[in-house]
Design a protein around this ligand. Structure first.
Ligand code: HSE
Length: 341
């Protein structure tokens, strides 16, 4: 499978690490042989090699800052801009792992259109294009006979979307309700143990959970982006951020957290999606709620269904290997689909 990787930050490097470390296993168990024909970054350059780039050498070069240290080989091209690379690299799949922009989805949205126009499947960890433009991307992909996959946009590699869209196909999902932002759950958990808000946020940033601009996390907008993605994926709803009621955790005080604890409850930032709408807001939950015991940066989602009742999935919602795995899971799913007779 020829792959073009756009973005070599935490998530892109997570995928490269997995491809470096599990190459033999992936080949033997799944007949999966990825060839990274191109990689593009905003500030660290681009590389293209039709015979493939070496994940280990890419990671070594990135550890030194940029691609300058990537070994010179015959056929290696270093000068393409991103759109030229997408159009000319010959990839079968574009993996989009640049920073999320929930205002315009750019520049990732242009990359997605260019990749689909070039006949590539697209796999995203970037939430922007799916939250803001899922329907147009899916329509174009359908016309091109290609797939749009985005497991990593909600709960990283914890398979929330595959569970809802594939394993639960045939069930009606009345409602999805979850903890979809790791940063805020980490902060609320630490506050319940006595840490102050600013210190807990600083820790979440240091641990790599928070977005580049953490106001998206604490203001509830990162979770709201995931609500839009779930609304589109589960209910084919074309909602905008302005359609949602969104409240973050910035007004929750240490005294609020302590009062909840004294009443045997806890605060969680709850994202909710139904066929008719969505919301994000802090809520006090009784400890009998399965979401109440989900602590730290862990995420969880409860699907309320007609045939199966409630199903709750708990797992990582962010992280280098955890989100890198989501990309791998989507690549393997594309391979399974493409191989169907
Ligand atoms: N900033 C996000 C979080 C990362 O804290 O959950 C995953 O989308």
């Amino acid at each position: 499978m020829k792959i073009l990787l756009i973005g070599a930050g935490t998530v892109g490097q997570g995928l490269l690490e997995i491809l470096r470390d599990k190459a033999a296993d992936l080949r033997e168990k799944y007949h999966f042989q990825p060839v990274i024909v191109g990689i593009a970054t905003r500030s660290r350059g681009t590389l293209h090699h039709p015979q493939g780039l070496d994940p280990a050498a890419l990671l070594t070069a990135l550890a030194q800052g940029d691609f300058t240290a990537y070994p010179e080989t015959s056929g290696l091209e270093r000068t393409h801009d991103v759109l030229t690379l997408i159009r000319t690299c010959g990839a079968e799949v574009m993996v989009e792992a640049t920073h999320t922009n929930l205002d315009t989805a750019q520049p990732a949205l242009d990359y997605c259109h260019a990749a689909l126009d070039a006949g590539q499947h697209i796999v995203l960890a970037n939430k922007g294009p799916i939250a803001l433009a899922y329907h147009e991307l899916r329509e174009k992909a359908g016309q091109m006979g290609k797939q749009v996959r985005f497991e990593g946009t909600v709960m990283a590699g914890t398979p929330s979307l595959m569970l809802a869209m594939e394993a639960l196909a045939g069930c009606t999902i009345h409602e999805a309700r979850g903890i979809l932002n790791g940063t805020t759950n980490y902060i609320l958990t630490q506050m319940a143990q006595g840490m102050d808000y600013a210190q807990a946020l600083a820790q979440a940033q240091a641990l790599g959970y928070a977005e580049a601009d953490p106001t998206a996390d604490v203001g509830g907008w990162d979770a709201a982006g995931k609500v839009l993605i779930l609304a589109a994926a589960l209910y084919n709803q074309k909602m905008r951020l302005s359609d949602l009621s969104v409240t973050g955790i910035t007004d929750i005080t240490a005294a609020d957290v302590a009062a909840a604890q004294a009443a045997g409850e806890c605060y969680k930032l709850i994202a909710k999606i139904t066929p008719t709408g969505g919301s994000v807001a802090p809520q006090r939950l009784p400890m009998t709620d399965p979401l109440a015991i989900v602590s730290g940066a862990t995420n969880a989602i409860t699907f309320n269904t007609d045939l199966m009742g409630d199903i709750t999935l708990v797992g990582a919602g962010a992280g280098r290997l955890q989100t890198g795995f989501a990309l791998l899971a989507d690549l393997l799913a594309i391979q399974r689909q493409d191989r169907k007779p």
